[in-house]
Design a protein around this ligand. Sequence first.
Ligand code: GLA
Length: 395
Amino acid sequence: MTALSSLQSKTSDLFNSKFGAGPGLKAGYAPGRVNLIGEHTDYNNGYVFPMALANIGTIAVGRMTKKGEINIVSSADVSPNSFQYKSVTTELGDIPQWARYVVGVVKCFEDLANRKVSVDLAISSNLPMGAGLSSSASLEVAVFSLLESLYDVTNIAKIDKIKACQKAEHKYANVPCGIMDQFIATLGDVDHALFINCETDDYEKVPFGDESLLLVVTDTHKKHELAGGEYANRRATCEAVAKSLGVPSLGEVSIDQLVKHFCTPGRDLSHLPDKAYPRSRHVVTEIDRAKKGKECLVAGDVRLFGQLMNESHKSLADDYQVTCKELDEVVQVAWETEGVVGSRMTGGGFGGCAITLVYRHAEQALLDRLREFCPYSSSFSTTAGRGAYSWDLPE
Ligand code: GLA
């Protein structure tokens, strides 16, 4: 049984035991992701370069009902693991955090599709939660895809779907995330990474699947929590710097402009938040690295791509300060392993996962060294998989 077919059986069994078997069951799937390079650039209208994980994500199974409610059950280790939402009586504050993503997506889907939703839903994921692999966007996009299929809605543009899922996260889960995760969960493709311009929403599919190379994902098992203040705090700092430069976002700023802004003697920048210079320097240099990184992969210059990954990590550690001891250790071990092309943290940071691009022949040595020097971590190798889809389940 493949990873996804066993996840599907698990989700169907969960549905049947909670709501009862019967006709009209459908399923929606969306993957988790890693970001190859371009971190904390999406909400600055910069570039990101993520790929969808193959067969690792969330499945939502559901059926339309006439009850006028949203009933959700999750296989995750959460308490309570089920929740009933009634639009007339339920307050946002009554909804457990995990269920807010689902309720938020339902509400945003209702607005876009102009439908009233009444469903029973079961949800399971084979993604580690809070590990920086975008379990939230995977959940949002899986549920949205299922709703499109249940309500036979075929006219919602992909970009509107992506933005609706992002809005659900902003409004209901209180995380001011960028657009990268929902984008790649929706539009990811087998053996390709997506180079996304977060200002225009244009994107380019770039082949990623060299025979001789592997991408190893290492989970530090240090949980990250983006609903906590640090992510929002970084975002606010970036916005304050852009405002002081008189531009809508840091995506429009060159490194020369930034240096001039911060290093011209006599300029009063005391209104800016603490560490505004290094924070914005990370963003501006990272956007540049993401652009160069894409060009390297297109040109087949893997060595330079690896160097850019390493520089990205250093900038995230020193300037943006979103890594942690465990991420730095994993990346350091990878850097010191022969046959490694590049290594960096991936996703929001403050814990979560690192990615390492390594030649196939050196994979075992890397895994052995990580086991020895970072015993708290666990690793798996991955390729780029497909984005969201939905299907009918047999009775
Ligand atoms: C999280 C957010 C994304 C992005 C990354 C950092 O994953 O959801 O929008 O900002 O952090 O690159």
